[in-house]
Design a protein around this ligand. Structure first.
Ligand code: ATP
Length: 429
């Protein structure tokens, strides 16, 4: 088996593109590590550096603890699976899977046995005699996996292996792939831009943006305590509500988090209040996920935010209310539309604004865009615009667009970020 270590690895291409910027990362023996980030953030380049297909400009690549910068790809004990899994069209499934063993000089009997074992494990034992053109997309991807597995590599590198498949098959293969590699105990680096894929498959997730590693941790850690504003915005569906706030510390009592027209209180016995109090008189960003907001009766006491529902989205198993609470949203570049929220594409586009106007909804992106300001931080750009709070409701809510709604806020589940986008917290991880 294999461990991987990257130490301050950078890659600058001849045209000056800094694709990977001082990345340090470890993959433990048998670990399933997912490298997550938007298109162009450098994930594939990291993978290619580990495979030996690309030389790092600086830094060290360690395989099983030994410096491997100059080790040829064929000596790295690595198998790769790509998005466009190229199978040999003129060969049967059996011969496609067995091809690496043939190259390695294994005799036909042993080859046949190994191929049958792998095909059985992948559920393609019945189609060994077929050609790739006679297979479904999912079966072809299983053959590609089989060809990678059959050599019993120490390390799997997978680059968006599921992105050409439809969503049902992707979900099925996700479970299969992660189950299989765990059974085999092979260390794996899996590249994807799909946060749901990352959170469901990974032992640990490493999130990249513009060549820089933003955060590494278990899915629970990176989702529950994201290291940066970017990670907070990237993970989860619906996306985390990110709101601009001013901080006013009332020492020994509470810290007031002023969202513009409403205030929530961080009690002094919440240990984070000591750190947030350092930002007295300054602006920070407050993150709150939909699961930390609960609709309550209008006269409910405590930390409650009140607003008017701008519109409702029905998702079958739940509805999402977009609540205008008079706050300013912070929008992060490069997060992309929410894959589980196709309406976000629609809302943001011109077509969506037209649909909303025809449907009598406010065409909110227009004034929002006009009021948008942007801040360039070390981690990229984020913008401010009037924004709504996304609240989860039951599938058939008793409220409609235009109604008032009160939601109580779980203050212990709030996230705080400074203007640079770094998490404000104490003694975490
Ligand atoms: P995707 O998901 O779209 O494949 P990625 O996160 O894998 O994106 P990379 O393919 O690693 O990103 O590319 C990172 C950056 O490096 C991009 O800006 C890309 O345009 C650039 N890049 C990649 N290969 C080269 C090259 N050979 N020469 C110059 N720039 C390159």
């Amino acid at each position: 088996m294999s461990t991987v270590g990257l130490r301050d690895v950078s890659k600058v291409f001849p045209d000056g593109t800094r694709a990977v910027d001082a990345v340090s990362l470890d993959v433990a023996d048998g670990e399933f590590l997912v490298l997550l980030g938007p298109s162009g953030c450098g994930k594939s380049t990291v993978l290619r550096i580990v495979a030996g297909l690309e030389d790092p400009t600086s830094g060290a690549v360690l395989l099983d603890g030994a410096l491997a910068n100059d080790l040829p790809p064929r000596d790295r004990g690595i198998a790769m699976v790509f998005q466009d899994f190229a199978l040999y069209p003129h060969m049967s499934v059996r011969d496609n899977i067995g091809f690496p063993l043939k190259l390695a000089g294994l005799d036909p009997d042993n080859r046949g046995e190994r191929v049958s074992d792998v095909a059985g494990a992948l559920g393609i034992g019945e189609v060994l005699g077929r050609r790739p053109s006679q297979l479904s997309g999912g079966q072809r991807q299983r053959v590609a996996m089989g060809r990678a597995i059959v050599r019993r590599p120490g390390l799997f590198l997978m680059d968006e292996p599921l992105s050409n498949l439809d969503s049902g098959l992707r979900a099925e293969l996700r479970a299969e792939i992660s189950g299989l590699v765990r059974e085999l105990g092979v260390s794996t680096i899996y590249v994807t831009h799909d946060q749901a894929e990352a959170l469901t498959m990974a032992d640990r997730v490493a999130i990249m943006r513009r060549g820089v590693l933003q955060d590494v941790g278990t899915p629970t850690q990176v989702y529950g305590r994201p290291a940066t504003l970017y990670v907070a915005a990237f993970l989860g569906s619906p996306r985390m509500n990110l709101l601009e706030a001013s901080v006013y510390a009332h020492l020994d009592r509470y810290v007031a988090i002023d969202l513009g027209s409403q205030v929530i209180h961080l009690p002094w016995d919440d240990i984070r209040s000591r750190v947030v109090a350092h930002y007295h008189g300054e602006r920070i960003v407050v993150g709150v996920r939909a699961e930390a907001l609960t609709p309550v009766p209008p006269d409910h006491r405590g930390d409650v935010l009140r607003g008017r529902i701008r519109f409702l989205e029905h998702h079958g198993h739940e509805s999402l209310a977009f609540l205008d609470i008079g706050a300013t949203a912070v929008v992060i570049d490069e997060v992309g539309a929410d894959p589980a929220d196709p309406d976000e594409f629609v809302r943001r586009g011109r077509f969506g604004q037209l649909v909303q106007r025809l449907a009598g909804r406010s065409a909110q992106p227009s004034p929002a865009a006009a009021a948008q300001t942007s801040v360039l931080t070390d981690q990229g750009r984020h913008h401010r615009r009037p924004g709504e709070l996304v609240v989860r409701l039951a599938p058939y809510p008793a409220v409609s667009a235009g109604d008032g709604l009160a939601v109580s806020v779980r203050v212990d589940a709030l996230h705080f970020f400074d203007e640079r986008g770094d998490r404000i917290d104490v003694g975490w991880r």
